[in-house]
Design a protein around this ligand. Structure first.
Ligand code: T5A
Length: 210
């Protein structure tokens, strides 16, 4: 069996990350890789899920400061890395993570306008615990992604942001993806059948070569 790997799925809301995580798990299974854990960010530990609720809810009594948002997200990420991801990788398991460091570059760096050098310092600390082996990026137009997200449920605190916010998020995604060596980019504007087929062929190819 192939050695443990850390796969990250990235993209805007409604790009189909959760759906893609399930597709990837199935493809791994068909390749006899059955020791797989799926996590989501922020979330997936007791404390990280509490933080997730703060990040997603729009509390009328108090506005969440952008730096508080950044540090809460990294608190959730450190909890997840130390308590779930690191021990699982040591045991030889595979990880599929719905979002990771690149989301913070895109949303807090691009969307909120926080200085990238601060985010990079935090990412360096996270990468010291473990670095992703592959990033699967689902490229969707904000209008299409948000429409899908709205069909599923009401907008959360971040989904309520302006169009301009999401364009800045996408700009930063692409800016920083260009320096990412191990990546697969999927056109997620297409229907789910085509998206599935494209993930399958590109992932199959990556598995063969890694
Ligand atoms: N955040 C997170 C930051 O600001 N910084 C960070 O560092 C991190 C880690 C997380 C929020 O936190 C922010 C970003 C987010 O705003 P979340 O609930 O996890 O919140 O939200 P998202 O990660 O954006 O996930 P969503 O659940 O909104 O969307 P997904 O997972 O991308 O999409 P999925 O698979 O649930 O699909 C949504 C709907 O679309 C359909 C699905 O069936 C589903 O109904 N669908 C498609 N329909 C047509 N064609 C396709 N190709 C489709 N793919 C999926």
């Amino acid at each position: 069996m192939k050695q443990n790997k850390f796969i990250v799925v990235e993209g805007l809301e409604g790009s189909g990350k959760t759906t893609a995580c399930k597709i990837i798990k199935k493809i791994l299974y068909l390749n006899n890789i059955k020791n797989v854990i799926t996590v989501r960010q922020p979330g997936s530990t007791f404390i990280s899920e509490k933080i997730r609720a703060i990040i997603k809810n729009d509390y009328k009594k108090e506005k969440l400061n952008k730096f508080s948002e950044l540090f809460l997200i990294y608190s959730a990420r450190f909890q997840l890395m130390e308590n779930i991801i690191k021990p699982a990788l040591i045991k030889g398991k595979w990880i599929i993570s719905d979002r990771h460091n690149l989301s913070s570059i895109a949303y807090q760096g691009g969307g909120r306008g926080i200085n990238i050098s601060l985010i990079k310092i935090l990412n360096t600390l996270i990468n010291k615990i473990s670095k992703p082996n592959l990033t699967v990026f689902l490229d969707v137009k904000p209008k299409i992604g948000l429409k899908r997200a709205l069909l599923r449920s009401n907008f959360d605190r971040i989904e309520k942001q302006s169009k301009k916010f999401f364009f800045k998020v996408m700009k930063y995604y692409f800016k920083f993806l260009s320096s990412e060596k191990n990546k697969i980019i999927i056109n997620a504007n297409k229907n789910i059948k085509i998206v599935k087929k494209n993930i399958k062929s590109q992932l199959q190819n990556w598995i063969k070569n890694n």
